[in-house]
Structure formats: structure tokens, C-alpha cells
Write a new protein. Structure first.
Length: 581
């Protein structure tokens, strides 16, 4: 379906740079010709930015240099002119202390790149966890036609031991095998062998971690081509999809199809329903709220909880299930999953291809019901996300029931409190640590301000002495996040965080904590009077960052329930176009 053009050549943004009859226009055209670009290439056609998050230290994006060439081909074939712009490459594993510290940095970079340069539209190449929300938050705020080209998941892998071949997935099995290694059940040779086997090809994590959760969410928002988020990175269909993105963005520019014309409360509702059906990462609770706020949609944790109660987990993928993203693709991918949750979707929400979500999924079908389940046979009755409140989390906390132990979803135990990550890690190795399987492990000062950057420390390791005794899960609490590839009974994103004086700062070892997921409650069994006494004696931890980006981050980051965006980047207020002189 073609939408008639709503923009003329003279209305292109890039014309302000290249069609100017004065000295500035001369300089802009001159400098393009310096690179061998013909005058008419930038004068007579849309200029399309390819925002590329490739780097040598982002293995999930190792193929994005090549994909940029495919996008360029599509742009040229459709009559546009491509320009490739590198953006901060947040490889989840390599960037320290955490990529989350830099998500907003990337968002600012993308917004300002697009604003300061002669771009009529953008194709975004990204996919590793924070690169997706980071690039899109910037593009939503800049609000020029944008299409998202997901990096795609890596291929499946298997580990053979004792003649038995077993599916292994990135992230999820790292922790599983680490626990077995710590417990003495696998040896150093097997551990080293696993290092070379668990991530065998470029692409994002092949489990339903944060990367696949976020790219699925972006597809549900209507910002990718249909089915794009499920295509494995190393499939030739991925290369063709990249070319399609390049071709389509040129049409979007002529149609003036911008994020603001696509994104609405309905599209964020769809995205949240997809997160739940995927059994998606808890990280999405932060990112989807941040993206919605950039689009002017007041999405809250309570909205997520309400949808989470209705939409069960249908994708049988690690860590909630036992398959991987390549299986999901063969089973029909995201369009097939969306077809299964059709009653929960706003089908008339529009997408980048000029058609509605309903039209895009009309012919989708499930090809393997073991991988994509029907609504009446979900992977688990436990939802992908529950929002907890109580005197320990007045502004909310989240848990992923589908990746937790059922017997711990209602649990009371004595707290064992750690003030920081090094203290906690040292204690876990202590053979005499005073704890048992009922203990509630608590980590604080791990939130947006406290850590800083809210790292994925929320999946606290099980104490080594309990691992040896066969314990594999415990109730764990923190103001940190957890990797989407991880599992366990972990209460996360406790808000307000301890470093700004949230009640988590007042917990003491030996206090009783009660979790009741069905009742959505998290309670610290300490009287209000005693909490007031502890608060009077509390002081904020010293912060060593007195300059630079981390200082800026700590001054302006919002709490988890608000999306952890910078307070000065919220909203849809127009930022003036740059003056060209
Ligand atoms: Fe990049 Fe998991 S480390 S997606």
C-alpha cells in the first residue's frame, strides 16, 4: 500500500544545507564534492542517516558494518542518498560499569547527531540491550522519519556432554554452568570449552534477554518492518531486511511518516502486551516507560502490571522456557506470536510500512506450537512481570514470576544485607556465612544514583556453601536490575532507591521481609516508629564522582519507575532547528 507524498523536494530538511544559494550552501556542497559525491546527489534527493552502533568491542553488532552496506543499497535504489553516522556502541558485556549508565548518553548523541546534520530520515542499526532504547529515545525526541533495523539474534548452540546434546543459550547458561562449576559439578576443561561454544556467531543473545525483548517491543510499536526482530543475524533474510529498511525509509520521508505519527498510547499498550507474551526481560519496565515519556505517553508501572495480569507467557524461550530465538523464528516469529494475542492488541495502530499491526499479522501463523503457545496453553501461569508495592517499595519494584521459583513467590525470611557489590561478592564465597535457604539476600546502593547506573547486579549469586548443599534459588532484593537472560526469585528496581533515602536504606540484617507476589506486596516487618528512628540516623553515601558524565548522570537521572531518563529530556517540547549561517 502506497501513501501519497506529503512532502516536496523543497521541504526536505537537508535542503537547508545543500540548496542554499549563499556561501554556506556553497561550502556544504563543496565539502560533499571533496569526498567524490556529485552535487545533484545531495541537492535532488533525501539524505538518509544510517545510525550505526557497530564497534570491534560489540560482538552482538559485529555484522552491522556489512548491514549498513545493504541499507545503503536500499536507500540508493529508492532514490535517496545514504550517509553513515557512527554512534556510541554499547556492547553489553564489555562496557563498564554498566551500559545503563550510557543509555541516556546514546539517546542524547542520536538526537543531536540527527539535529545537527543534514538528515531527512534515519535507519537505526542496533540491537544489543541498551542500544535499542537509547537510539530510539533520541530518534523519538528528534522526530524525523525513522525505521529501526534490529541486529538480530545469534544462532542456537548445543553443548555435548557424556554423549548427550543439550541446548545452551547466551547468558542464561553462563549462570547455570557457573553455579555448577562453583559447586564442583563441572571441571575447568569443560568450563573452558563452554567459553568457545555458547556464543558461536554474531548477533544478539539468543535467549529472551533484554535484546530480543526490546527489539520485539520496537516491532510491536510499529517501528520495524513486520517480522524484522525475529530474523537471525546470520540469515540471508536479515541482509534482505536491511535493504528493505533502506528502501522503505525513503518512502517514509516523502510521506512524512515520523515517530509522532506512529506512536500512541495504543502502540505502547501493544508493546507491553508483546513484552508479556514473550516472557520478556524486566529491564523493559524501565526502557518502555522512558520511550513512552519521550513520545508524550504517560505509561506507568501500574499499566504494565495490569497488562501483565492479562497476557500470559506464550513464547517458550529461555529463561522462562527452554528454546532459543532461532527456534522462535522457525515457529513464525513475532508476527505469529502477535497473532496469538490478537484479542489483547490495538490492531489499528500504524507501523512504518504504512499498514496497521492488524494488517501486518493477518496472514501470520504459528508453525510450531511447542515454541509459540496458544492463549489457552501458556508456557507458565506466572506472568512475565509483576509490580510490587509496600513499605519497602513505595514507588514500586518488579519481579519476573515466570523466571522465579514458584515456592518463593510467597515467602518470609530474615534479611542478610549488603551495602555494596564487593562486600556482597566477598561474603558469598565465605564458607561460614550465616544464612540458609530461607534467608533473604538484600543488596543496596545499586540503583540509578547509588551504583551509579543501576547495573545488572540484582541476580545476586547464591552463597557458595548453599550451592554445595544443592540450593539454586533464594529470594533476593535490590534496587539494581537483572539481565534479561537470568532467572531466579529476584525483586528488582526497588524505588525510591536506597542511595536517595528509599526505605531499602533502612533495612538491617535480621529484619523480616515478606514477599507475596499474588498480593503484589513487599513488606518490611519493622514498625513505623523504628523506621523513623533509623531514617533520622541515616545519611546518604559519599559519592566520589565530582565531575564529568557520571556526575551529570547522578544529578539528573530519574528513578526506575520513571524510566531512568534524565529529567531534562522528558516530554515532547520542540527543540528549535539549528541556525545555518
Ligand atoms: Fe549483546 Fe546480550 S550481550 S544482546
Amino acid at each position: 500500500m502506497k501513501t501519497p507524498p506529503s512532502k516536496t523536494l523543497d521541504q526536505l530538511r537537508s535542503r537547508r544545507w545543500f540548496a542554499d544559494a549563499g556561501m554556506r550552501g556553497f561550502a556544504h556542497r563543496q565539502r560533499m564534492q571533496q569526498q567524490g559525491v556529485r552535487r545533484e546527489d545531495v541537492m535532488d534527493r533525501p539524505v538518509v542517516a544510517i545510525i550505526n552502533t557497530w564497534s570491534d568491542l560489540s560482538p552482538c553488532h559485529a555484522h552491522l558494518r556489512e548491514r549498513a552496506e545493504s541499507v545503503k543499497r536500499g536507500i540508493l535504489l529508492a532514490g535517496g542518498f545514504p550517509v553513515e553516522l557512527p554512534a556510541m556502541s554499547l556492547g553489553e558485556v564489555m562496557v563498564k560499569p554498566t551500559t545503563m549508565l550510557y543509555r541516556n548518553f546514546l539517546a542524547m548523541e542520536v538526537e543531536e547527531l540527527l539535529r545537527s546534520l543534514p538528515c531527512d530520515g534515519a535507519v537505526i542499526l542496533a540491537g544489543c540491550d541498551k542500544t535499542t532504547p537509547g537510539t530510539l529515545m533520541g530518534a523519538i525526541s528528534m522526530d524525523i522519519p525513522t525505521i529501526f533495523c534490529p541486529a538480530g539474534p545469534m544462532l542456537n548452540d548445543r553443548h555435548v556432554k557424556g554423549g548427550v546434546s543439550r541446548t545452551v543459550g547466551a547468558g542464561t547458561h553462563t549462570r547455570i554452568f557457573w553455579d555448577e562449576y562453583q559447586a564442583g559439578n563441572i571441571d575447568a576443561a569443560e568450563w573452558q570449552h563452554l567459553e568457545s561454544r555458547m556464543t558461536r556467531a554474531p548477533g544478539t543473545c539468543n535467549t529472551m534477554g533484554t535484546a530480543s525483548t526490546m527489539t520485539g517491543i520496537v516491532e510491536a510499536l510499529g517501528l520495524t518492518l513486520p517480522g524484522a526482530s525475529s530474523i537471525p543475524a546470520m540469515d540471508s533474510a536479515h541482509t534482505r531486511m536491511a535493504t528493505d529498511c533502506g528502501e522503505r525509509i525513503v518512502g517514509m520521508i516523502w510521506e512524512d511518516c515520523k515517530p509522532s505519527t506512529l506512536l500512541s498510547a495504543c502502540s505502547f499498550h501493544n508493546a507491553t502486551a508483546v513484552q508479556m507474551a514473550l516472557g520478556g526481560s524486566t529491564n523493559a519496565a524501565v526502557h518502555i516507560i522512558a520511550m513512552a515519556r519521550r513520545a508524550g505517553v504517560p505509561l506507568t508501572l501500574d499499566d504494565l502490571d495490569a497488562i501483565g495480569r492479562k497476557v500470559p507467557v506464550l513464547a517458550n524461550l529461555f529463561p522462562s522456557g527452554d528454546r532459543l530465538m532461532e527456534d522462535f523464528y522457525y515457529a513464525g516469529g513475532l508476527p505469529a506470536l502477535m497473532q496469538q494475542i490478537r484479542p489483547h492488541l490495538a490492531l489499528d495502530a500504524m507501523t512504518v510500512n504504512g499498514r496497521s499491526i492488524g494488517d501486518n499479522i493477518a496472514s501470520a501463523e504459528v508453525l510450531d506450537a511447542q515454541v509459540i503457545r496458544p492463549l489457552d496453553n501458556p508456557v507458565t501461569d506466572a506472568g512475565a512481570l509483576a509490580v510490587l508495592r509496600g513499605n519497602l517499595a513505595p514507588e514500586g519494584a518488579v519481579i519476573k514470576p515466570s523466571a522465579a521459583s514458584k515456592n518463593l513467590l510467597r515467602h518470609s525470611g530474615k534479611a542478610l544485607v549488603f551495602d555494596n557489590q564487593p562486600q556482597m561478592l566477598a561474603a558469598m564465597a565465605d564458607p561460614d556465612l550465616d544464612c540458609d535457604a530461607n534467608t533473604v539476600l538484600v543488596l543496596r546502593n545499586a540503583g540509578p544514583v547509588g551504583a551509579p547506573g543501576m547495573p545488572e547486579w540484582g541476580n545476586l549469586p547464591i552463597p557458595k556453601k548453599l550451592l554445595k548443599a544443592g540450593v539454586r534459588d533464594m529470594l533476593r532484593l535490590s534496587d539494581a536490575r537483572m539481565s534479561g537472560t537470568h532467572y531466579g526469585t529476584c525483586v528488582l528496581h526497588i524505588a525510591p532507591e536506597s542511595a536517595v533515602g528509599g526505605p531499602l536504606a533502612l533495612v538491617r540484617t535480621g529484619d523480616t521481609i515478606t514477599l507475596d507476589v499474588a498480593a503484589r506486596s513487599l513488606h518490611l516487618d519493622v514498625s513505623d516508629d523504628e523506621l523513623a528512628r533509623r531514617r533520622a540516623a541515616w545519611s546518604a553515601p559519599a559519592q566520589p564522582f565530582q565531575r564529568g558524565f557520571t556526575w551529570l548522570y547522578q544529578q539528573h537521572v530519574t528513578q526506575a519507575h520513571e524510566g531512568c531518563d534524565f529529567d531534562f529530556l522528558h516530554g515532547t517540547q520542540a527543540t528549535p532547528e539549528p541556525v545555518i549561517f
